[in-house]
Design a protein around this ligand. Structure first.
Ligand code: SAH
Length: 410
């Protein structure tokens, strides 16, 4: 029935994987993760994508509108610091239910006097047709049309605030031009390779069928080194277990190239570390931990983002800021003042309690305050005048980047 199909209870993806494993042997964790999350027919995001209270995991934009509003202010503050260009694209990777973009567009509309005459468009990169539909309903009220075959977008519409919105499957399809990029809980959903140090050297962790139990998966180690162990492990590596997400590296490189060439900035927010953690591969179902190898396609699979790897992959095409803890970033963006205003404006106790509860979820180190991080890519000239060395006094000082420093409103 519909309910069973919705949770993938029929095990179609597991059967598909087992057939594949029997025919051609173990697959990499990355190959497994890609199938489980984005298999076109049976992947978790393709079919289910359970974000929100009733789903499998909850994200900051779903907890409080303040989160997206402060991010909207970050973009406006950077737009101003960069000399108010006449046009920009807001490009979001993996927009989920579209809540974050919705909150950002509301801020843009409230500050339309500041943004006046600036030509803004929204570009969403989403692989899941199901989530694309939910985003379309959220942002446009469902008024979307498929794009003609010769256009790179697969769908387009107009937001409730009058801004054109386009959907793509890949960042490479997004037109070039001055852009602000956003990736919230996107990089953690991309496939990782896993490696284990052994006495004989580095081995890759693979997924195979358990010969003892029918249709059950298990982890094995590659018998020898693989192309991935050769390419992705640094000679100076000190950890015994390492996770690498090459797809994240490719995407951050594309963003860095685009920002270097066309200008703009990227804001990445995710849980992660700076190259120190080891085994972080996890599954979530109904807000509970779920065995990553059982019932693929029915649980969200994720791994912490390695920000040191992202920084390295920008190849210094841009400046990077962070990672900085979510609670520090939001504090710098003025979340305390925003909370006070909302509390003063709300009459009933239930709303006030809700506001305090969501603030606590976002900010408390025990909740999301410490484990979530913000990381940004900016053109080099945003932080250092190109000819600073020659004529240090001739230029006015560059404004600090909000969030990573205290927000200064002029
Ligand atoms: N940013 C949202 C959703 C996070 S879930 C939030 O914070 O609430 C991850 C999102 O990335 C989903 O929208 C999922 O469909 C999308 N996604 C996952 N893999 C992708 C890929 N390879 N390309 C594009 N989108 C992807």
């Amino acid at each position: 029935g519909e309910a069973a199909a919705a949770v993938g209870g029929d095990g179609a993806l597991l059967r598909h994987l087992c057939r594949k494993l029997r025919a051609s042997g173990p697959v990499t964790v990355a190959g497994y993760m890609r199938e489980a999350l984005t298999n076109p027919a049976q992947g978790y995001y393709t079919r289910r994508g359970g974000i929100g209270e009733s789903g499998d995991f909850i994200t900051s934009p779903e907890i409080s509108q303040v989160f997206g509003e402060l991010i909207g202010i970050w973009y406006i503050s950077e737009w101003m610091a960069m000399g108010k260009p006449k046009t920009f694209q807001l490009v979001e990777l993996g927009p989920g239910r579209g809540t974050l973009t919705e909150d950002i567009l509301r801020v843009f509309s409230q500050l339309s006097s500041v943004l006046s005459k600036c030509d803004v468009s929204v570009h969403l990169v989403e692989v899941s047709p199901k989530l694309g539909e939910i985003q379309a309903r959220m942002l446009t009220g469902g008024k979307v049309q498929p794009s003609p075959k010769d256009e790179s977008a697969y769908m387009k519409g107009i937001s409730k605030t009058g801004i054109p919105v386009f959907w793509y499957r890949d960042i490479q399809d997004v037109p070039s031009g001055y852009s602000f990029y956003l990736a919230h809980e996107f990089f953690d959903a991309l496939p990782i390779h896993k490696f284990q140090r052994t006495e004989k050297g580095w081995r890759e962790v693979l997924v195979d069928i358990d010969p003892e139990v029918p249709d059950q998966l298990r982890f094995v180690l590659s018998p020898s080194s693989t192309p991935a162990t050769e390419n992705f492990i640094q000679p100076e590596e000190t950890r015994d277990h390492v996770e690498v997400c090459p797809e994240a590296g490719v995407i951050i490189q594309r963003l860095a190239c685009r920002i270097e060439k066309d200008g703009g900035a990227a804001l990445v927010a995710d849980y992660g570390h700076d190259g120190t953690k080891t085994d972080t591969f996890r599954g979530f179902q109904n807000h509970k931990l779920h065995d990553v190898l059982s019932a693929p396609g029915t649980a969200d699979l994720t791994a912490d983002v390695d920000f040191s790897y992202l920084r390295k992959m920008t190849q210094e095409r841009t400046t990077t800021l962070g990672p900085i803890k979510q609670r520090e970033f939001l504090k710098n963006m003025g979340i305390d003042l925003r909370l006070q205003v909302l509390l003063q404006n709300s009459r009933d106790t239930a709303t006030r309690e809700q506001l305090l509860h969501s603030y606590n979820m976002l900010m408390n180190p025990e909740n999301m305050g410490d484990c979530f991080n913000f990381f940004a890519l900016l053109p080099h000239h945003r932080l250092v005048h190109p000819d600073k060395k020659d004529k240090p006094e001739s230029k006015s000082p560059l404004p600090p980047v909000a969030g990573f420093n205290e927000l200064l409103l002029k």
